[in-house]
Write a protein that binds this ligand. Structure first.
Ligand SMILES: [Zn+2]
Length: 453
């Protein structure tokens, strides 16, 4: 009798331990970890000291950044507004994002015209030794150097609007543009047609009140295209919605008679590449006894070793996996522009095309235990496409269209680098780029480059 009682007790304790473990595997990854954290900031906008009283801008520039708008999506369906930009402007389907091709690192690169090694937003989630965890934040205080487009404009007397834009607010300095539309979570970001309405409302303002630089982030097809093929009706609808948003802005420009004074740039932060498998990086590190903090998003994992002296051993254990390469700051590939600062970690695990390395939070909750027990590679049942790959990966390029005042008509560009968008925008405005800046003006799209030089 006593033996049965003991066995019963052991089974009960065992079941309880299993339940606690299983609960932990499902619960220790917060569901809201992929949403930008709330930034509280002083509400008043202060013009920078020494701002000239008159705007020197020679035209108005609008930048619409549509998240995850891959060339393949545009080529697969009717996009009348984007087609018009191609016919009447300069364009390319080879807009090269920085490495890793993640939304925040690419968006801050476009806004600052600097490589991530200079602006400091090295991926969507990273560790900073002083500030701690960076997680999809729009707070300009995370930026280590370089200036955002709206800061550069305001400093030179050009009123700017930043609508859901990178670094539009700063916890220490407040709003960084005359007009901002800061939203704390992706859910609070307006749908694309309402974002387009925010732009058209600004265009309807009297000239004296109208911003001359309008920077607007659109959710685009990114979120849906991670989980559905590009020919899925929902993804197609998101691409149509983005195209309609561009059409609405074009209509507003014409309705206000502003064709002669407005230049419009439509671009994206990255393309998307099909994915069939997930690299179970948490398990792989655990299996090899590599003690480190690790942050994985998209197709890269940034590894911060607990003890730097274990680095050679860790690299030896992780070399030879055909599913990923190890990216090392001391042997940078040509597309590596992340520097060797502490945010970059000890090394980066970078997936080969077809593989992704999202944190286990990307797995359905009932299979997150595989991060503890393996296997090393998991078939991707949920995620069908990802980004983060190096810029020379086919499919990771984005779209880029420029149209309107000062832009060459009907011209296909060879390529545009993300860092070159900022200096091209400031050139069209007629002001100096930020200091410092890594990119250069895309002269190929300027209507009269000889006169401009
Ligand atoms: Zn993105």
């Amino acid at each position: 009798m006593r033996i049965l009682q003991t066995i019963g007790l052991l089974v009960a304790v065992g079941l309880l331990c299993f339940a606690v473990w299983f609960y932990r595997t499902t619960r220790d990854y917060p569901e809201d970890a992929r949403r930008p954290p709330v930034v509280t900031y002083p509400a008043e906008f202060q013009l920078p000291a020494g701002t000239p009283p008159e705007s020197p801008a020679r035209r108005t520039v609008i930048v619409m950044l549509i998240d995850g708008l891959a060339p393949a999506m545009v080529e697969a369906q009717a996009t009348p507004a984007l087609d018009r930009l191609r016919r009447e402007g300069s364009w390319t389907h080879h807009m090269l994002p920085p490495f890793p091709s993640m939304s925040l690192s690419s968006g801050f690169t476009i806004s600052t015209g600097c490589w991530p090694e200079h602006h400091g937003i090295v991926t969507n989630r990273f560790f900073d030794p002083e500030r701690g965890l960076y997680d999809h934040s729009f707070d300009a205080d995370w930026v280590t150097a370089c200036e955002q487009l709206h800061e550069v404009a305001e400093r030179q007397g050009v009123p700017a609007a930043a609508l859901g834009w990178y670094g539009e607010v700063s916890a220490s300095r407040g709003k960084l543009a005359s007009t901002v539309r800061y939203a704390t979570t992706l859910e609070e970001f307006p749908p694309d047609h309402l974002r387009a309405e925010q732009i058209t409302e600004l265009l309807r303002l009297p000239e004296a009140e109208r911003p001359q630089l309008i920077l607007a982030y659109f959710k685009g097809p990114d979120e849906l295209a991670h989980f559905s093929e590009i020919d899925d009706p929902e993804v197609r609808e998101a691409v149509t919605a983005a195209d309609r948003a561009v059409g609405a802005v074009l209509d507003a420009i014409e309705a206000q008679g502003l064709e002669e004074v407005v230049a419009l740039i439509v671009t994206t932060d990255h393309g998307l590449v099909p994915v069939t498998h997930l690299i179970n990086i948490g398990y792989i590190l655990r299996k090899h006894g590599i003690e480190a903090r690790m942050l994985a998003t998209g197709t890269t994992a940034f590894v911060y070793l607990d003890d730097p002296s274990t680095r050679a051993d860790a690299l030896a254990k992780l070399s030879g996996y055909p599913e990923f390469e190890l990216v090392l700051p001391e042997a940078p590939p040509p597309w590596y522009h992340l520097g060797s600062g502490p945010r970059t970690g000890d090394f980066i695990v970078s997936a080969r095309p077809g593989y992704a390395i999202e944190d286990r939070g990307m797995l359905p909750w009932f299979v997150r235990w595989v991060a503890w027990v393996g296997p090393e590679i998991v078939g991707s049942e949920v995620l069908v496409a990802s980004h983060g790959y190096p810029p020379d990966t086919p499919g990771i390029e984005g779209v880029f269209y420029a149209w309107g005042s000062g832009v060459r008509t009907g011209h296909e560009l060879t390529r545009v680098d993300a860092i070159d968008i900022h200096p091209t925008v400031t050139h069209l405005l007629g002001i100096a780029p930020g200091e410092p800046v890594d990119g250069k003006v895309v002269w190929e799209l300027v209507a009269d480059p000889d006169a401009a030089h």
